[in-house]
Design a protein around this ligand. Structure first.
Ligand code: HEM
Length: 538
């Protein structure tokens, strides 16, 4: 179905064309010429050579030859669904974005879940981070919340993204292993770039092998800035909380499923929606005062390797997502959907998190290649559900027939399109914020603390969950060829937890290193902690 049961989901192109791209009851060429025989080439006699003048043969094969587009450079394997987000109105005090602020407002969404490292045909249940990307078709334009099922990321600066992905993808010589963190380059990277320690331990925990997309949390990871109707700002972190709870597979189940049913998660999502068991998530925010330091309780809010514990800033629920419609066509929707962290609507802004800033460049750039030119907002799944009146023109795959002579604003040739005079009229106007500092390639001192939150995460687990972490490190590191990498990994584990290190070392048949637990960095966190400011209640 192309319309979700709630009636507000995707309903195909808005230009009056048949959204199926098919009409009539007879086979035709792409140009609409009726064809009585599509099984035999035009030949000089039944046993003769094929004739160049067979336009149907050439067109049919030409199109087939070009059916594939590049898979995503990361998150290539995924599954999508249509749904609806309903705001409960509580966020009205902190944002003017209607999608979040207007009580009862229903906004259509498309969500794509994914693994990160595997190729398009890889198995669903591998140990990996999962993508949780949501496109909100708001009445004020499209907002994308492009998150993951883990609240932190491997790196603190987008300039390292090509490096971590090169390290995590299959080795370039043998093109193995697929979609597993069990290889030398991955462990080489995360032990040399120890900012990756926190995300890595989440990967080695049960969170790395979710039972279902329906039982995953989602996180915006970065801190965002919300702006209310009075132009007051707060900093927030976004959380998706599954109504079904958080559940994982155990390792043996994940392995068996990868073999017996590589489509395990894709099938589960589709079947659940088909059977009317619509998965639901609450959307919540942790709210922090927007102070010049951009820290909360000593935690740097611009560091994407850090969480703010919910005990310090509770997740306050601002709305609910229901996924109630399967895609009609995987390629048209799930494959061609284009998310972008820079798709923001008035009332929602980014921050100076250097990982987020790099992402704001990367998504459009990659989609330019993946979707074949600059007009991919015209692909049905990417079309805004708000009026579009821009001055972009032409380019590959242009679908619009623009009228007039003056694609610039203001103009005195066509009717002219007035700008909204200011933010009060609904325009996206960034909240002014001061910028200062020397131009340097450097990170703030607080980014130096790479271990304390990994240790906190491990300490928060139950004994059986800790055993799963030990087993995962032992299995994955056991696949490394280079002993030096395993030994370096053990020195990292020693800085998380002595028992974790000892047990993994035993599993690997190596001595546990004598590494004293790091004293908290003098440059980092707590030493500079400002007076506590409570998380504002909505
Ligand atoms: C794709 C999340 C960091 C570049 C994706 C997708 C998700 C995601 C969910 C899949 C979107 C889909 O389903 O189509 C994240 C998160 C990050 C992160 C949560 C860190 C917090 C980065 C960084 C870069 C990057 C730092 C580059 C500098 C890409 C690219 C794609 C992608 C190129 C493919 C997009 C496409 O082909 O349409 N990311 N990502 N990501 N991400 Fe990220």
């Amino acid at each position: 179905r192309t319309v979700s049961p709630t009636g507000v989901g995707f309903d195909g192109p808005k230009d009056g064309r048949d959204p199926r791209g098919q009409a009539g009851d007879r086979l035709t060429t792409p140009n609409g010429v009726r064809i009585p025989d599509s099984d035999h080439s035009l030949k000089a006699g039944p046993r003769g050579p094929v004739l160049l003048e067979d336009f149907h043969l050439r067109e049919k094969i030409m199109h087939f030859d070009h059916e594939r587009i590049p898979e995503r450079v990361v998150h290539a394997r995924g599954a999508g669904a249509h749904g609806v987000f309903t705001a409960n109105g509580k966020a009205a005090t902190v944002t003017r974005a209607a999608v979040l602020a207007e009580e009862g407002l229903q906004t259509p969404v498309f969500v794509r879940f994914s693994t990160v490292l595997g190729s398009r045909g890889s198995a669903d249940t591998v140990r990996d981070t999962r993508g949780f990307a949501t496109k909100f078709y708001t009445k004020e334009g499209t907002w994308d919340l492009v998150g993951n099922n883990m609240p932190v990321f491997f790196i603190q600066d987008a300039i390292k993204f090509p490096d971590i992905i090169h390290a995590g993808k299959p080795h370039p010589d043998r093109e193995i292993p697929q979609a597993q963190s069990a290889h030398d380059t991955f462990w080489d990277f995360v032990t040399l770039h120890t900012e990756a320690t926190h995300h890595t331990i989440w990967n080695m925990s049960d969170r790395g092998i979710p039972r279902s997309y329906r039982t995953m949390e989602g996180f915006g990871v970065h801190t965002f800035r919300l702006v209310n109707a009075q132009r007051e700002t707060v900093l927030v972190k976004f959380h998706w909380k599954p109504k079904l709870g958080v559940h994982s597979l155990v390792w043996e189940e994940a392995q068996i499923a990868a073999g017996c049913d590589p489509d395990f998660h894709r099938r589960d999502l589709y079947d659940a929606i088909e059977n009317g068991a619509f998965p639901e998530w609450d959307l919540g925010i942790q709210v922090f005062p927007d102070t010049p330091e951009e820290t909360f309780e000593g935690i740097d809010l611009l560091d994407p390797t850090k969480i703010v514990p919910e005990e310090l800033a509770p997740v306050q629920i601002i709305g609910t997502l229901v996924l109630d419609g399967n895609p009609t066509n995987f390629f048209a929707e799930t494959e061609q959907v284009a998310f972008h962290t820079g798709h923001l609507v008035p009332g929602i802004e980014g921050t100076n998190d250097p990982l987020l800033q790099g992402r704001n460049f990367s998504y459009l750039d990659t989609q330019l290649t993946r979707l074949g030119g600059p007009n991919f907002t015209q692909i049905p799944i990417n079309r805004p559900h708000a009026p579009v009146n821009d001055s972009t023109r032409d380019g590959f795959h242009q679908q619009a027939i623009h009228t007039g002579q003056a694609p610039y604003t203001p103009n005195s040739v066509d009717d002219g399109v007035p700008f909204p005079s200011d933010w009060a009229e609904g325009g996206y106007v960034h909240v002014p914020r001061p910028v200062a500092g020397d131009v340097v390639r450097a990170a703030p001192a607080s980014f130096d603390d790479h271990f304390s939150q990994a240790a906190m995460f491990y300490a928060s687990l139950t004994p059986i969950e800790q055993q799963h972490v030990i087993d995962a490190y032992t299995f994955e590191l056991g696949k490394c060829y280079e002993q030096a990498i395993k030994e370096r990994a053990l020195t990292v584990l020693a800085r998380i937890d002595a028992d974790l290190c000892t047990q993994v070392a035993a599993g690997l048949g190596l001595p546990a290193p004598e590494v004293p637990k790091a004293a908290p960095s003098k440059r980092a966190g707590k030493a500079k902690r400002p007076a506590p400011v409570p998380s504002p209640a909505l």
